[in-house]
Structures are given as structure tokens and as C-alpha cells.
Design a protein around this ligand. Structure first.
Ligand code: NDP
Length: 246
């Protein structure tokens, strides 16, 4: 168990993929968990049921990260529902890939709203209510280190902004004993990036381990960063990428 018991976590985009695995892992380690979702309420409620089966409390909050009101509201709902918030995992994210001339201005606005603005607003809200020992972890991408091929301009640009957020926020919140870190996964088998999808072969070949990672392997790193043993890790970027950037 990596999470000190009776902690409260909010995982954005916790209904599927890496977020669902993280929500469940943090619950298994002893946290009560709020998770947000945008569309798939049934999937979100299924994660809630699994968490409750672990003996922890859980709540699913509909909160589209594209809406600037929604994510800060979810932070406050979490603190109201469970009495506090110790862990924020900024996981919700979208990948809009393609040659630069196919990416519209609307694509740019939406990707930046979900992948960047919502993370900033969640951090601002969480920083206002977190106590000593708090943990903020965001999901970037290994593509910030190694593009691997064309098509990633908008997605990698948006995720790279989280490097610019992580270091100064770690400096701001360090005096209060709150850590801020960025996890950068390589290819991970989810609905967003299926291991049998049309772009899978090249991604697999670009890793040293010649395989996709699992959502659980990313969740394990996030769980470690939330724990007492990771108290001296802050302001850093940690890859879990099968050697994609090597
Ligand atoms: P999935 O698409 O499999 O799952 C995304 C989750 O986020 C779902 O729970 C979805 O809920 C939710 N979500 C999507 N859009 C929004 C939104 N606008 N507001 C709130 N929730 C939303 O993604 P992954 O699990 O693969 O990815 C999770 C994170 O990890 C993302 O930030 C992604 O960029 C990053 N990442 C993923 C990699 C991969 O290879 N899979 C590699 C590197 C980084 P709903 O169904 O309700 O919309």
C-alpha cells in the first residue's frame, strides 16, 4: 500500500483507461476517490462500484474539462463530499492528431481547453484547499521527449505546457509540503490508443520493450508518487514509457 489511509483523491477522466486504473489503484491503497467524466456515465458508475467493492467511498462527477467552470467545481465538490482533498490527478486529456494543415482553429481551442486550461484551473482550485502532504500529478506524454513521427504537433504542444506548469507550481507549493509532478507515459493500451489500432505498430517498435504499456503500469507510478515514500520527489517529469524516449 502506497497511499496513507484515509486520504481523498480526485482523478479527472476517471471513467476509462489510465484514469480508471488510477482511481481503482488509489482506492485499493486506501483512498476515497472522486472521479470526473465527460460523457460515459455508465463507465464512471462501474468504476465507482469497483471502488466501493474495495471498501472505500467513491463518487462520479460529470465535469467536461472543456468547461472552465466544471473542473474547479469538481475540486470543491470532492472536498465537500469527503471533507478534504489530498491528491489531484490531472488525467483527462484528448489527443487530436494529424498533419498541421488538417488541424483546425477549433481543434486548437478544444485541445488547449481540455489538456492545458483545465489542468491549470484544477491546480488553482486544489492549491486553495489542499493541506500539507498534498499531491498534484498530471499526465503528460513521452511525445514531449521524442515525437517518433509526424502528426503530434497540437497534442505534444498541449502536453508540453504541463512541464511549464509543474516546475514553478512545485516551487510555489513546496513550502506548504505539497508536491507537484508530471508523469509522461509512452504508448498505453486504452480506447485512446489501442494496442491493435492503425498507429500501434510504429509506436510499439519505438519502445525498447517492444510492447504497449498497461493502464495499471501507469497507475502504479502515480500511486507511488502519492505515497509517503515519494515525499521528496517534486517538480519533476517521470517517464513510464517502455524506453520510448531512450
Ligand atoms: P481514454 O480516452 O482511454 O480515457 C479518457 C478518459 O478521460 C475517459 O474517462 C473520458 O471520459 C475522460 N475524458 C475525456 N475527455 C474529457 C473531458 N473533456 N472532460 C472530462 N473527462 C474527459 O484516455 P487514456 O486513458 O489513454 O489517457 C489518459 C491520459 O493519459 C490523457 O491525458 C492522455 O493524453 C494521456 N496519455 C495517454 C497515452 C496512451 O497511449 N494511452 C500516452 C500518453 C499520455 P468520457 O468517456 O466520459 O469522456
Amino acid at each position: 500500500s502506497t497511499v496513507s489511509s484515509n486520504r481523498v483523491a480526485l482523478v479527472t477522466g476517471g471513467s476509462r483507461g489510465i484514469g480508471a486504473a488510477t482511481a481503482l489503484r488509489l482506492a485499493q491503497d486506501g483512498a476515497d476517490v472522486a472521479l470526473t467524466y465527460a460523457r460515459d456515465e455508465a463507465a464512471a458508475q462501474e468504476v465507482v462500484r469497483k471502488i466501493e467493492a474495495c471498501g472505500r467511498r467513491a463518487v462520479a462527477l460529470r465535469a467536461d474539462s472543456a468547461d472552465p467552470e466544471a473542473v474547479p467545481a469538481a475540486v470543491h465538490r470532492t472536498a465537500e463530499t469527503f471533507g478534504r482533498i489530498d491528491i489531484l490527478v490531472n488525467n483527462a486529456g484528448i489527443g487530436v492528431l494529424g498533419p498541421i494543415d488538417t488541424l483546425t482553429t477549433a481543434d486548437v481551442d478544444r485541445v488547449l481547453a481540455v489538456n492545458v486550461r483545465a489542468v491549470f484551473l484544477a491546480c488553482r482550485a486544489a492549491a486553495g484547499v489542499m493541506e500539507r502532504g498534498g499531491r498534484i500529478i498530471s499526465l503528460g506524454t513521452a511525445m514531449s521527449r521524442f515525437a517518433g513521427g509526424p502528426g503530434g504537433t497540437l497534442y505534444a504542444m498541449s502536453k508540453s505546457a504541463l512541464s511549464g506548469l509543474t516546475k514553478p507550481l512545485a516551487r510555489e507549493l513546496g513550502a506548504r509540503g505539497i508536491t507537484v509532478n508530471l508523469v509522461q507515459p509512452g504508448p498505453v493500451d486504452t480506447d485512446l490508443n489501442p494496442a491493435d489500432g492503425p498507429f500501434a505498430a510504429g509506436q510499439r517498435a519505438a519502445t525498447a520493450l517492444d510492447r504497449f504499456g498497461t493502464a495499471g503500469e501507469v497507475a502504479a507510478l502515480i500511486a507511488y508518487l502519492t505515497g509517503d515514500e515519494a515525499a521528496y520527489i517534486t517538480g519533476t517529469e517521470i517517464l513510464v514509457d517502455g524506453g520510448h524516449a531512450a
